[in-house]
Design a binder for this molecule. Structure first.
Ligand code: SF4
Length: 360
């Protein structure tokens, strides 16, 4: 047992001072899926969770091993509502429909906003719909066509999953099987692991084809940050390069690069000044060597993750405790005495992860 996360009797109601989070419905996301009746496992890694490991291994232990997170934010809710609306817009266009099904868009937005445990700020459902209406008009005449997948379906909000590497472990871990393996909640035996097959997973928002027959996977970003420095930060994005690698794997054609589709929104100032709404696009080209290096690097990180898991020790990286978005969501847990941390992590300041890119 990790000495910093001791195996204690949990008192979920015992932590005060933290905001109460509402557990979303759905099965708890677990790290491993057993392959048939073997001791081999599939481990899905997606960008949003695995980039946390690259920032700070301790963060990954909280989110990937204990499956705890802070329950989301209004920015994430607004972003998901915009994504659902863009999915309707591009599916309508791909199917040759003259009109977007706006009733379906409103229904998606309402579903995203229903039962939120926090208040909406300027990112209201009405604002989301207004942004989507403006987007549909602004990009009414795209200079691109929408790619189809291998079944002829529009490549819009498509999940992907394929194996990057196999990592032999051959060790009994200190973790209980129930903690790490999907659908084995009643098995409290220590988990024996033979080989871990690491799957690269995610959801690609859209794939465009340009008039010169180049593929451009698209990632929609809702953001309140804009400007050259922000856009430039995606030029070496592991997510963008990894999505290009995924498209090359799926469609057997190397994309020219990624199209960053930025939907910028901010609260207008009291005097009505400042940009409250903008639509921007940037193209990021990637060479084959960058896709290859992304794969080597990701496999290397996955091997280190498995090493940390096998040792049951995930080191902290305090340079990641604060970033441009504010404090790390686990800051309060890391401030607690090591012997209190697991109790804090399991308090209602956090919820279990139920999101899975392959299930959405
Ligand atoms: S607060 Fe700092 S050390 Fe703790 S998980 Fe976050 S980044 Fe890591």
């Amino acid at each position: 047992m990790n000495e910093f996360l001791s195996d204690i009797d949990l008192d979920f109601a015992g932590v005060s001072g933290a905001p109460k989070r509402i557990q979303p419905p759905g099965p708890i996301r677990r790290l491993f899926q057993r392959i048939d009746d073997t001791n081999d496992f599939v481990m899905d890694i997606d960008w949003s969770t695995f980039s946390g490991y690259m920032e700070c291994a301790q963060k990954a232990e909280y989110s990937m091993i204990y499956s705890r997170n802070d329950g989301g934010s209004i920015a994430l809710t607004y972003g998901r509502a915009i994504h659902k609306g863009l999915e309707e817009i591009y599916l309508a266009r791909a199917r040759g429909h003259l009109e977007v099904n706006w009733a379906a868009v409103v229904s998606h937005i309402n579903a995203e906003y229903s039962g939120l445990p926090f208040e909406a700020d300027w990112r209201t459902p009405e604002r989301a719909l207004d942004t989507l209406l403006k987007y549909d008009t602004f990009y009414a005449n795209e200079p691109y066509s929408i790619m189809a997948d291998e079944h002829g379906d529009p490549f819009v909000e498509k999940p992907f999953s394929y194996t990057l590497c196999a990592i032999p472990v051959n060790k009994t871990l200190l973790h209980k099987t129930s903690q790490l393996v999907k659908s084995e909640e009643n098995n409290d035996e220590p988990l024996h692991v033979g080989t871990i097959y690491v799957n690269w997973t995610g959801v690609i928002d859209l794939v465009f084809m340009s008039k010169d027959d180049h593929l451009w996977p698209v990632d929609h970003k809702t953001t309140s940050i804009a400007g050259p420095a922000y856009y430039k930060s995606f030029a070496l994005s592991g997510q963008f390069i990894g999505y290009c690698a995924a498209i090359q794997h799926l469609l057997h054609q190397k994309p020219a690069g990624m199209l960053g589709n930025f939907i910028v929104g901010r609260k207008a100032s009291a005097k009505g000044k400042g940009v409250s709404h903008a639509l921007e696009r940037e193209l990021y080209t990637y060479e084959q060597w960058q896709l290859d290096k992304w794969r080597y690097d990701t496999v290397n990180h996955a091997e280190k993750f498995v090493h940390d898991l096998s040792d049951n020790y995930f080191p902290a990286n305090h340079t990641s405790c604060q970033n441009k978005y504010g404090l790390c969501k686990y800051f309060a847990t890391c401030q607690a005495e090591p012997s209190d941390r697991l109790q804090h992590l399991m308090s209602d300041a956090y919820v279990f992860n139920v999101w899975n890119p392959l299930a959405d």
